[in-house]
Design a protein around this ligand. Structure first.
Ligand SMILES: NC(=O)c1ccc[n+]([C@@H]2O[C@H](COP(=O)([O-])OP(=O)(O)OC[C@H]3O[C@@H](n4cnc5c(N)ncnc54)[C@H](OP(=O)(O)O)[C@@H]3O)[C@@H](O)[C@H]2O)c1
Length: 389
């Protein structure tokens, strides 16, 4: 973080020298200087996005196009399955979009063609599943290794879509976290392959990117509008299941963020990469920095969009959790019923700070209720729910 502060001071100082307008006051000068840095590097970048047709990747792609960049969107199988990236081709500014079929996290060299010529790479592809399967971790760790080893010489910036799973470490005495925290608790053994993989992948990328800019972004659970039906089965599934209705996964603490704010953060990271180099940023809306149980989404949705019906049934009600927890201590068999990680995650009350993202990225997070309402509307538009009779 010290490095970040020094780099940031240097960038601001450099841009001050080029300011030609007279401004009064230090605060105004800093704001103008920061905007000057951003403007100088904006709208002329070629940015490659891995996982571009996924939920988060699609909104990053949309925002990059909106801001005038050229985008190389890596989408596995898009040559044979035209539907998979049709929503990207329909985006405003898609004349600046190049679709590339390729980039498999498990296949060495498969990213090379897609990343060719990029000024910046946003690595959003991952197996986004919470569980103990080692393949979840290897998609993150081997995957980032594959992408890093294929970065072209033109690439000056690597932006990693990490997760709060690489920040929150459930073994800590205080469960209040910010960017100074690393998840050194999660492991394959205790059952959190996702958190383990995301943490290792970030460390690997940070080590690799010594001569280019590196920024890691750490979103909470991402909600908001959706472009396709598969998007509703990514993290918006928390809201989709309220509507269907199906039980919802109910860790004791969840932290949510709007997909549009996540996309904006990625673009800011790309555009102000030299100033932000080395930074990590927790992305979480203000209301859910404090611990929120996903079951509460039912109430938020009902208040924001009362015209639809919601059922907020927990996947793991307290009685089931109590049985699972008791059995989890039984030698050998126990972890098959409930892993140590699951035991902790269904009990922990975590708190996050999003101050750095607000202060250094200049983000204003959307209100949680608006995000939930837009998730509902997105699901409804795709025919997943209907108005109350
Ligand atoms: N959604 C959240 O709540 C959340 C929160 C924090 C961080 N994140 C991070 O955000 C990123 C995107 O997640 P998401 O929610 O957008 O998930 P998603 O909708 O499932 O998208 C994942 C993307 O990764 C691609 N992918 C998966 N396995 C791959 C493989 N073996 N090789 C190449 N590409 C592969 C998928 O492509 P295919 O369609 O070809 O499989 C898809 O484009 C991930 O890095 C995730 O860890 C997400």
């Amino acid at each position: 973080m010290l490095l970040l502060r020094v780099a940031s001071r240097r960038a601001v100082a450099a841009s001050r020298r080029h300011l030609t307008v007279a401004v009064t006051g230090e605060v105004l000068l800093r704001g103008a200087a920061r905007r000057a840095v951003a403007a100088a590097s904006r709208r002329d970048l070629t940015v490659a996005v891995t996982g571009a047709s996924g939920y988060v990747g699609s909104y990053i792609t949309e925002e990059l196009l909106k801001r005038g960049h050229e985008v190389r969107a890596l989408v596995r199988g898009c040559d044979t399955n035209k539907e998979k990236a049709a929503h990207l081709q329909a985006l405003p500014g898609a004349d600046r979009l190049t679709l590339v079929d390729g980039g498999d996290l498990g296949v060495k060299g498969s990213f090379e063609a897609g990343l060719a010529g990029a000024d910046a790479v946003v690595h959003a592809a991952a197996t986004v599943v919470i569980g103990r399967d080692p393949s979840i971790a290897s998609a993150a760790v081997d995957g980032v290794e594959n992408v890093l080893s294929s970065l072209p010489s033109t690439c000056k910036t690597f932006v990693l879509t990490s997760s709060i799973a690489a920040v929150i470490s459930l073994d800590k005495a205080s469960l209040t976290f910010d960017e100074s925290d690393w998840n050194d608790y999660s492991s394959l053994k205790n059952g959190d392959a996702y958190g383990f993989g995301k943490t290792r992948a970030e460390r690997r990328a940070r080590d690799h990117c010594k001569n280019i800019n590196f920024v890691a972004l750490h979103p909470g659970i991402v909600l908001g509008p959706v472009m396709t039906k598969p998007h509703t089965k990514a993290s918006p599934v928390f809201v989709r299941n309220l509507l269907l209705p199906k039980p919802i996964l109910n860790p004791n603490s969840a932290h949510f963020v709007d997909v549009r704010d996540v996309a904006a953060a990625h673009c800011i990271a790309v555009e102000r990469a030299s100033e932000l180099d080395g930074g990590r940023f927790v992305l979480c809306n203000d209301e859910t920095c404090a611990s929120v149980n996903p079951v509460s989404l039912g109430k938020v949705a009902a208040e924001a969009c009362p015209e639809y019906e919601y059922t907020a049934d927990p996947l793991l009600p307290p009685w089931k959790f109590a049985i699972g927890k008791a059995l989890s201590h039984v030698p050998v068999l126990g972890p098959r019923v409930m892993t140590e990680y699951e035991r902790r995650v269904f009990e922990a009350r975590t708190t996050l700070s999003n101050a750095r993202a607000k202060n250094e990225l200049g983000l204003t997070f959307r209100p949680h209720a608006d995000t939930v309402a837009d998730t509902v509307r997105g699901c409804v538009q795709l025919g997943i729910a209907h108005r109350r009779a």
